[in-house]
Write a protein that binds this ligand. Structure first.
Ligand code: NAD
Ligand code: UDP
Length: 333
């Protein structure tokens, strides 16, 4: 298939492009590089031995998208493009609503105009809020505490409404849990700008000496060791889930959790990272981070039954691969 990948130069998008190209699909990347670099496209080419087509363009730009759709006539779209920093979304909500909602509407509209019937959307476990774990696709979406989460829930509703009146249209909503790790080549991975918000990139930066110590946000949660529990999933497993989702797309709406089904606490992840890479991560316990929930992990049985997808890579591989990428990433000290 010929697949248009918005946000394909980003962290999850770049790994998915590799997976799609290795499965013999043709890839067209659209990315405005607001949170990525064009070198990611060269690195995808280095891994796969073939350069994907790349457009530096904004997914909210209807005219630019119309031209790309009419030129390449894709068979399907995977829409990763979006802003994703929770804290920033509280500070500049309008920028988040504008970018994330408008890009989804423009890409969907182009799909309908150009007869593209496969649409895979990057959603997030954040839409479950503080439902009871493990999270199931059938659970009610709870009101969000931040604009980022709201944009994901709203995009899910928009796509569901569009699918209702377009019987040929296939929408797959993929709710990711906590993507970590990197491709084993060490060529692509997560390279946040500035101080990382997420746990794994913070740990790798402490390991590299860029940050002095990890701050563990709270050890008084009702969990085994008091620290927050998340379902960490290797980004290559996630990429494989996207390839299956677009290949097996059927008309109508399907929602899948992409997670391992296993929760890991902050301190368990720190220990796993230390053991996997034979180094020490200094840390101190600080106050809870506002808006955090105690536990978040998936019931991933639907993806197994209907897509034949399971997460194969464990915590040790996640830690080793994240560290291999951080070590070889030259752009920061
Ligand atoms: P990322 O920032 O690395 O990738 C997103 C890419 O989209 C970037 O390359 C950015 O430059 C591009 N982009 C943003 N707005 C754009 C626009 N208007 N037009 C064109 N390109 C645009 O983030 P990621 O971690 O790879 O996340 C990909 C998607 O998955 C996002 O929608 C994100 O919200 C979602 N998601 C991520 C996580 C996570 O923890 N990483 C979890 C759940 C969901
Ligand atoms: N966390 C932490 N220190 C950090 C970053 C995160 O203790 O510097 C904790 C956070 O409180 C949560 C877990 O690590 O319990 C995962 O946080 P992350 O931001 O990676 O994912 P999210 O909370 O969005 O699921």
């Amino acid at each position: 298939m010929r697949i248009l990948v918005t946000g394909g130069a980003g962290y999850i998008g770049s790994h998915t492009c590799v997976e799609l190209m290795q499965n013999k699909h043709e890839v067209i990347i659209v990315d405005n590089l607001v949170n990525s670099k064009e070198s990611a496209v060269e690195r995808i080419a280095a891994i796969t031995g073939k350069a994907p087509l790349f457009y530096k363009a904004d997914a909210t730009d209807d005219q630019a998208m119309d031209l790309i759709f009419s030129t390449h006539k894709p068979d399907g779209v995977i829409h990763f493009a979006g802003l994703k920093a929770v804290g920033e979304s509280v500070a500049v909500p309008l920028a988040y609503y504008r970018n994330n909602l408008l890009s989804t509407m423009v890409i969907t509209d182009n799909c309908l105009r150009h007869g593209v019937n496969r649409f895979v959307f990057s959603s997030s476990a954040t839409v479950y809020g503080d439902n009871q774990v493990p999270f199931l696709e059938t659970m009610e979406l709870l009101p969000r505490t931040n604009p980022y989460g709201e944009t994901k829930a709203m995009c899910e509703r928009i796509l569901t409404d569009v699918a209702k009146v377009n019987p040929e249209f296939s929408v797959t909503l993929l709710r990711y849990f906590n993507p970590v790790g990197a491709h084993t080549s060490g060529l692509i991975g997560e390279a946040p700008q500035g101080i990382p918000n997420n746990l794994m990139p913070y740990i790798t930066q402490v390991a590299k000496g860029i940050r002095k110590e990890l701050r563990v946000f709270g050890n008084d949660y009702p969990t085994s060791d008091g620290t927050g529990v998340r379902d960490y999933i290797h980004v290559v497993d996630l990429a494989e889930g996207h390839a299956l989702a677009i290949e097996k797309a059927e008309p109508g709406v399907e929602v899948y959790n992409l997670g391992t089904g296993k929760g890991t606490s902050v301190l368990e992840l720190v220990k796993a990272f230390e053991e996997a890479n034979d180094l020490q991560i200094p840390y101190s316990i600080v106050e809870r981070r506002p808006g955090d929930i105690a536990e978040c992990y998936a019931d991933a049985s639907k993806a197994k039954e209907k897509l034949g997808w399971v997460a194969k890579r464990g915590i040790v591989e996640m830690c080793q691969d994240a560290w291999r990428f951080e070590k070889s990433y030259e752009a920061r000290a």
